[in-house]
Design a binder for this molecule. Structure first.
Ligand SMILES: [Zn+2]
Length: 413
């Protein structure tokens, strides 16, 4: 029993808190710090965003015009700045370089720039937490069996068949209009300009990397504008498209419930990571799309690469090292974080599957950014470069250990 307790404590000390979710909106308690207590400008600005308006004197620094922070708010600030602010993306997946929890109170080990040293002490004491370098679980870096199989020629087809089996069909009809943006079209008022490029002229994009014709659209107009990477120099037009008949779509943005899987074997997580990955994932996505089209679907609903920028959610969200996508009570929450986009096969306007309902010019009047901050990396701080090294070593270590314990031959060449 004592051994279990020791082992449990050991594991928990390496894991982050998931306080951003369960303490959301909780600002209770005494106001112990204020935004002017900090040296670092990012911490000052972040705490001004989340702090409480109160003109009484700060009990820490004595100034009265800073936004006040209670203990839950100090923790929230810490999470926002040090955890969310150090999320690094890798080829597939990603994780925060720094984590925090109560078990590491007075036992932190991170390196920060000189102007942050005092701030870190203040946050740790006021929040009763400690900051430490996070050792990611390997699935966070794409060590997920179905994801690895999707990258292997001899295994990709069997995974695509599983995708066809477990992802839900979704029917779009005239009640589900969506938007399609064109930049600098030749004849802006001509419906045909809003169709897909002809077969063979596909856009080398997520689903048409192989030149297949296809049309990208979204029910979220702002996201459409963001995804087409327009600048103020462009003449931008938007068409509202309405399905003429029922469109049979496969919904790859769904959070799929799977029996008896872990993060390392979850197809749901593999697909989630695939759509959060950049250009190197396009050949895989295009291959999946081709097979879906052969099955008689009209198109694909998929999560936007910019979902997280749009919803402000945290990519690769975990509780104690487990993905929130695999925890049933949080699956609706995970679903709400993804913004669905639409890809239609072929040339749906010419094929009379969708109707161009109307066309408008789009004028960008202002651009608004919502920002938060993170630490600038200290020279001794773990960074993206040496994290890759650390992870490779850790993987080797684990593999050796596992192979030894099972006495299996290595397939590593
Ligand atoms: Zn203060």
């Amino acid at each position: 029993m004592a051994n279990f307790e020791l082992a449990y404590q050991y594991v928990m000390r390496q894991q982050g808190m998931y306080q951003n979710f369960f303490e959301k909106g909780d600002v209770s308690g005494d106001q112990i710090l204020c935004s002017l207590c900090f040296n670092d400008e990012g911490l000052r600005l972040d705490s001004t965003t989340i702090g409480i308006d109160n003109t009484s004197k700060c009990i820490n620094c004595g100034k009265s015009d800073g936004k006040k922070l209670t203990r839950p708010l100090v923790r929230h600030l810490c999470y926002r700045f040090f955890v969310r602010g150090t999320i690094e993306r890798f080829e597939f997946g990603g994780f925060p370089l720094i984590q925090m929890n109560e078990l590491r109170f007075n036992d932190s080990n991170i390196h920060v720039s000189p102007w942050l040293e005092q701030d870190v002490k203040l946050i740790e004491q006021a929040g009763e937490i400690g900051l430490f370098y996070y050792g990611p679980r390997l699935w966070m870096l794409g060590e997920i069996e179905p994801l690895k199989s999707l990258q292997k020629e001899e295994e990709i087809d069997s995974i695509i068949e599983r995708i066809l089996q477990i992802y839900p069909v979704h029917l779009l009809n005239e009640n589900h209009p969506f938007y399609r943006i064109r930049l600098n079209p030749d004849i802006p008022h001509d419906s045909a300009q809003y169709d897909s490029p002809p077969q063979g002229y596909g856009g080398n994009n997520r689903f048409d990397d192989n030149g297949e014709a296809g049309l990208y659209a979204s029910p979220d107009l702002e996201l459409c504008i963001h995804e087409c990477r327009a600048t103020v120099e462009d003449d931008m037009f938007v068409a509202k498209l309405v399905p003429k008949a029922e469109l049979k779509m496969i919904n790859l943005s769904a959070v799929v419930r799977e029996e008896g899987v872990t993060e390392f074997t979850s197809l749901d997580l593999a697909i989630h990571f695939l759509f959060l990955a950049g250009k190197h994932s396009y050949p895989i996505c295009s291959r999946i799309a081709k097979r879906i089209r052969e099955e008689g679907f009209d198109g694909i609903i998929y999560p936007s690469y910019f979902s997280y920028a749009r919803t402000g959610a945290i990519p690769f969200d975990t509780i104690q090292g487990m993905s929130i996508r695999l925890l049933e009570p949080l699956q609706d929450f995970a679903q709400a974080q993804s913004v669905p986009n639409i890809f239609l096969f072929g040339r749906p306007i010419e094929d009379k599957k969708v109707l161009v309902y109307s066309i408008n010019k789009v004028i960008i009047n202002s651009i608004k950014y919502e920002t938060s901050f993170g630490p600038a990396y200290h020279e001794n701080m773990i960074n993206k470069k040496n994290t890759a090294e650390i992870v490779a070593n850790r993987r080797k270590e684990l593999e050796d250990k596992v192979l030894k314990s099972f006495n299996l031959p290595t397939d590593d060449k």
